[in-house]
Write a new protein. Structure first.
Length: 411
């Protein structure tokens, strides 16, 4: 049976977080932003791409970690190992690979002609006799720590990471293992630079309290049905420093004519469609087994979100550029279309998703402008914005260097 409106009692589940207003300082003050980069972002594991991007020996792609002005070169070596390097020649620091992706047998610097093998080792230095003190056998590209989870490639900028990737992903990573990520191979991508704080951008994807007002013309009616007129979330979970939101759908939703065609012919359910319940999935998907479940948002601290249905998933990633500027990247992965009707259905989903994201972003810049005046000292979180409250709490713990007791209790 479809669930009824979820009660406003998440604060009772997590009493440690309280219900008071919170300070706006972390959403706009530059000195706090600097602390966040060093204490939160630099030690973290960062998603850079999928294994499908480097299926064959010599395949490569370049990922810009814009928060650190760092270019990363990811490739597969002759032993079929995934490798990540700083995209810089060790001679004098010139950017090594200029293309976004491709295939190489070696990487060649266009400044002085130094070349490197797929394993990062030096292969050739022109006129090497001119470097009498150089020991070539110890010379190689700067190697970054890399690991793989469910086909997702992660790197860490620290030479000695505080945690392994598995430790970092924790319970939430384990709960999502087994999802058919590798079957969703049709990809689309949106990118934008938005004048807002990175935390505010993430928070916009972690609550459904705004659905009836902000998304009144787009997805309100697909999620806020007669049993859930306020569009409340189905459930929330805190798992260590990570979080998850399960969203109800509207089983009685009647799509418009064109949208109906798109839904009918799409090769799977979409983020923007009405609730259809979930097929058999890993433990972390639709954990409550709600029949009107539509999707989950799994938030990996600090800047990665996976929005997931049984047949498509979205990777949202945010990169802080300043206290009031953020780079947003969305990569969508769909089951491959097998005919034109499937393709039409997918394009309908992509267009609807674009419109929803734009509604969020237009508001975020206006919100940031007002917060930056310094005249709004506090903000307030609804019970169904509990994941935002926990996000705020986690940031405060990190930058102050104090224990996050709720992290330990939910790990």
């Amino acid at each position: 049976m479809p669930t009824t409106t979820t009660p406003v009692d998440f604060h009772k589940r997590y009493p440690q977080l309280g219900t008071d207003a919170v300070s706006t300082d972390i959403y706009w003050k530059p000195e706090i932003f600097v602390k966040e980069l060093e204490s939160i972002f630099r030690p973290a594991w960062h998603y850079v791409g999928r294994e499908e991007q480097i299926e064959n020996v010599g395949d490569f792609f370049v990922k810009e970690l814009v928060s650190f002005a760092t270019s990363v070169l990811i490739t597969r070596d002759k032993e079929k190992h995934a490798r990540a390097f700083l995209n810089a020649c060790v001679h004098r620091g010139n950017q090594l690979e200029l293309k976004d992706e491709g295939r190489r047998s070696a990487f060649y610097c266009k400044f002085h002609g130094w070349s490197y093998g797929l394993n990062g080792e030096i292969e050739h230095i022109p006129d090497v006799e001119g470097f009498p003190a150089l020991d070539c056998k110890d010379l190689r590209l700067k190697t970054l720590k890399m690991d793989v989870w469910q086909g997702f490639l992660f790197v860490c900028l620290e030479d000695k990471p505080e945690q392994t990737l598995q430790e970092y992903l924790g319970r939430q990573g384990k709960d999502l293992e087994g999802y058919p990520f590798n079957k969703c191979t049709t990809k689309f991508k949106f990118e934008a630079t938005i004048n807002t704080n990175w935390k505010t951008m993430i928070d916009s994807f972690c609550e459904s309290y705004h659905l009836p007002a902000l998304h009144n013309r787009t997805i309100k009616t697909t999620m806020a049905g007669p049993n859930n007129p306020l569009g409340r979330a189905g459930d929330i979970k805190i798992k260590g420093v990570h979080r998850a939101l399960a969203q109800h759908g509207n089983l009685k939703y009647q799509p418009k004519p064109v949208q109906s065609l798109g839904m009918r012919y799409s090769p799977g359910s979409a983020i923007t469609s009405g609730g259809k319940g979930g097929k058999e999935q890993p433990k972390g998907i639709n954990e409550n087994q709600s029949s009107d479940w539509i999707f989950d948002v799994n938030i990996f601290f600090p800047n990665l979100m996976l929005a997931m249905t049984p047949s498509m998933y979205l990777v949202h990633q945010v990169w802080p550029l300043a206290a009031n500027k953020t780079r947003y990247e969305l990569s969508g992965y769909l089951r491959p279309a097998t005919n034109a009707a499937h393709r039409f259905g997918q394009q309908q989903t992509i267009v609807e998703l674009r419109d929803v994201v734009l509604e969020d972003f237009r508001l975020l810049e206006r919100q940031q402008k007002n917060i930056e005046t310094g005249m709004i000292k506090e903000i307030y979180f609804h019970d169904h914005e509990m994941l935002l409250r926990y996000h705020n709490y986690t940031i405060q713990c990190k930058i102050q260097g104090v224990a996050n007791n709720l992290e330990e209790a939910t790990r």
